[in-house]
Design a protein around this ligand. Structure first.
Ligand code: ACO
Length: 328
């Protein structure tokens, strides 16, 4: 019997309409378009309206992906959502999405691996498909970081935005689909990127002089060094595991946090600029949503076509990292 793989049957995205530009931020904190462009490469980001939460963004992206896959919600066996900004502790974002879609047959769960979350979710869903447990899975990366961003803190508020991206994975016996996945975590370094939950201790309070403990804090320099290193190693490892060389890979879709991180990883990989997809200038860092939205746009722009092999790769809070080699 031939091997079952999880192939991409459809893809979709959703970005809120409201745009926050560098010029807008100049009026809010002591920053400049020049600093943000040079140090991070972001020009604008999308911000969800008041009353709009992660599950709303996730649901709209999911509807677009299902439409693209020509699949009904009732056909779904599994919904996995990657997020660090759920509307509520429970129900999960995935259960909200299941309800909105009417995907009555699907089991639903959230995964928290911060900006690497979508890759963890793809890996998890594809294992259920490869083992024959499920046939159709909806995998979503969605975050509403504007709701947990301190807009008085210039070191973080210029970086983040809101959005969602989704893929429908389906069982196939063809060569297309997820070929290999690499996941990793280093909890010992977790302290360099935190968002307080129930525990708000003195350390977390001190880190946030503006008062709100439930906002993103990070040691940007430490995350930067870690990011460049793991983006290279996770890309090399997943290619090796899948039995392909970097030359065989048509496109690399990295997590979109900072253009300098993307560029640093590209140089270490020795890849030409055309091979690396970037849209960080338009959306900033949307955590779990960055990779699927970038993947969606890479496909829309024809940078990835049927039969091409590509890699998604990311890093994030936890600390975590992950990569997947996929044939489209
Ligand atoms: N505008 C103007 N100046 C600023 C700003 C700003 N928005 N932010 C910081 N600065 C200043 C600093 O105060 C500092 O000034 P000083 O030299 O007088 O002290 C100077 O700019 C340099 O600051 P650095 O923090 O050293 O700047 P750096 O070049 O390292 O860039 C950045 C900071 C963008 C955060 C970078 O380190 C980075 O991208 N790190 C990775 C972050 C990341 O990818 N996180 C992803 C995970 S997020 C998640 O999982 C939810």
């Amino acid at each position: 019997m031939s091997k079952i793989r999880a192939k991409i049957a459809g893809i979709g995205k959703y970005l809120p309409e409201r745009i926050l530009t560098n010029e807008d931020l100049e009026k809010m904190v002591e920053t400049s378009d020049e600093w943000i462009t040079k140090r991070v490469g972001i020009k604008e980001r999308r911000i969800a309206d008041e009353g709009v939460y992660t599950s709303d963004l996730a649901r709209y992206a999911a509807e677009n992906a299902l439409k693209n896959a020509n699949m009904a919600p009732e056909d779904l066996d599994l919904i996995v959502v990657a997020t660090v900004s759920p509307d509520m502790y429970t129900p999960s974002v995935s259960c909200h999405v299941q309800k909105y879609l009417g995907a009555v047959k699907a089991a639903a769960m959230d995964i928290n691996a911060a900006c690497s979350g979508f890759i963890f979710a793809v890996s998890t869903a594809s294992k259920f498909i490869e083992t024959g447990t499920y046939k159709n899975a909806l995998v979503i990366g969605a975050d509403c970081l504007s709701k947990i961003t301190e807009y008085k803190d210039r070191s973080t508020c210029v970086l983040f935005g809101d959005g969602a991206g989704a893929v429908v994975l389906t069982a196939t016996e063809t060569e297309n689909g997820v070929m290999s996945c690499v996941l990793g975590s280093d909890g010992a370094q977790g302290d360099c990127l935190t968002i307080a939950g129930l525990r708000v201790d003195e350390v977390e309070k001190e880190r946030r002089p503006f008062g709100n403990p439930r906002t993103i804090w990070m040691d940007g320099g430490a995350v930067f060094k870690f990011a460049v290193r793991v983006m290279e190693s996770a890309t090399r490892e997943v290619a090796e595991q899948g039995g392909v060389s970097l030359e065989d890979i048509k496109c690399i879709v990295p997590h979109q946090a900072n253009q300098r991180i993307i560029e640093g990883a590209r140089k270490r990989l020795g890849c030409e600029e055309e091979k690396i997809f970037s849209n960080v200038h338009k959306y900033g860092n949307m955590s779990g949503a960055s990779v699927p939205v970038a993947l969606c746009e890479a496909i829309e722009e024809g940078r990835i076509q049927h039969g091409d092999k590509f890699v998604i790769v990311g890093f994030g809070g936890g600390l975590t990292w992950g990569s997947a080699l996929i044939e489209y």
